[in-house]
Design a protein around this ligand. Sequence first.
Ligand SMILES: Nc1ncnc2c1ncn2[C@@H]1O[C@H](COP(=O)(O)OP(=O)(O)OP(=O)(O)O)[C@@H](O)[C@H]1O
Length: 564
Amino acid sequence: MTRSPMRWLAGAVGGHRRAFLSTLAANLIGQVATLAAVAGAAWLLGRVATGQSTPLGPLAAALALLVLVVTLATWWEAYVSHDLAYLVLARLRGQVYDAIARIAPARMLGRRTGDLSTAALSDVETLEWLFAHTLAQLLTTAAVLVTGTVAAAMISPWLLAVSLPVALCVLTLPLWLHRRSRRHGYEMRAATAELASDIVDTVQGLRELTAFGALDRRRRLLAGRTRALARAQAASAARGGLEAALIDMLVAVAAAGTLLLVALLVRSGDLAPALAPLAMVLAAGSLGPATQVTLLLKEYGTLRAATDRVHTLVTAPATVKEPDDPLPPAAPFTVVFDDVRFRYTPDGPEVLRGVSFTVSPGQTVALVGPSGAGKSTCVSLLLRYWDPDGGRILLGGTPLDRIADLPAHVGVVPQDVHLFAGTVEENVRLGAPAADVSPALAAAQLTVDPATPVGERGVTLSGGQRARVAVARALACDPPVLVLDEAVANLDSENEARLAQALAAAAENRVTLVVAHRPATIRRADHIVLLEEGRVVDQGTFAALTAEPGSRLARLLDLESQGV
Ligand SMILES: Nc1ncnc2c1ncn2[C@@H]1O[C@H](COP(=O)(O)OP(=O)(O)OP(=O)(O)O)[C@@H](O)[C@H]1O
């Protein structure tokens, strides 16, 4: 998408034309009725003061009617403008959610969880101000300004000598301070996001902070972030205050100048005394809308920063492209890695350098290798968090990037399982909402009551139970391919043995790929693929790979058993 952030934002209103037009109409009626009421009162005053005959009763009734119209229009405008704002915000929030789903879990644009939450919540919220309080107001204010100015010029063009230059100064004031306003806006949004990220991080890591006695240090960090935000807000408020003070000064100068001008015009006979109050109101009245516009634009910097942050997120390209003409993969669901190459960033090191191996149905293949060898990267590519830079990954003979609904075919038990607030059963049903979870729970040897609440991120369960919920969750979908990324790392040896039996049963007729560290897991595999620095350096059965006492696998197992 090449549209600029502000044009993109204006386009967001496009889908809600009716709500926008209602807001515009309500605002216009309110502003015009206000101008008419004030001008009518001034005209009446001029006539009464100069002793001209005036039908006071009907005029007073008309003025009262105008006041009623202003009241109703103000209420209606508040109602429809917020309606419009929340319709647009709901749409923007949907776009932000889609964007996060599209880019995650592969990359978060270098942004932290709290930062993304800020974009989804508070940045989008900031835009409410634009839709509810700015867009329509700017248009109607411009209309009223032009009407007032033309009417004043019709009474006497001299009337504009003071008010027009001042109105122009007031209107262009935000432009003079626009750079500073924009910088302050960015600083405030960035400081807000930074603080939100650290608060989220702190809440998520409270156990570790307590265990390592780091709570005080963390409190100081958060206090520092709060001060940085307060400094940014103070700078912005100071600029806003300066703008407001300059506006007040200009308005006062214009009012005094117009008064003097009207007096001079009356004295020289160029203006009828009866029209003096009306002339005064129309000339100086044009400053009212100009002031309103400037006060609205005072927040331009914050709006711009929030717009840019949301725009960057919603226009971020997808990490992997959905297939244009998807194919259902056909059984047997053999997984083939064929000369796969991959790097995380274009200028980063190549993490996989021509990896090839095959996993057939009914077979359990263990990916083994030292830390950083690329085992988890293979898993991520099989789950299509990223696509390889070279080579192919096939499932049942179909390239992975052509497969429709990959999660239905490849189940995963990740290294760190995320449990959502809810019951064990709800968590197990994540990928298969309608499934009967009993077989999966039994296969994962999960004996806890399925109705047990797991608490925030699964805190009420033991590490072993959490790992088994992850296994049950994967099995509930009954996928033909199962990927286990060090799933047994959290279990003690008794639990591990129980789970291993369950997985052995579950792995029957499935394709199972295990990222394995423990000797017992490696020994149980049908085939072992040994990775080092992104290359397959050996593969075969356990017996074949350990036949030589000093073989690579034997040496690795020695290190693993020493916990290195
Ligand atoms: N998101 C990422 N961005 C950039 N580099 C990454 C990313 N994830 C992993 N890497 C790098 O890729 C290489 C392979 O990492 P990978 O996690 O696949 O190794 P591993 O064999 O699974 O290691 P371990 O056994 O320690 O989990 C490492 O050098 C790692 O630093």
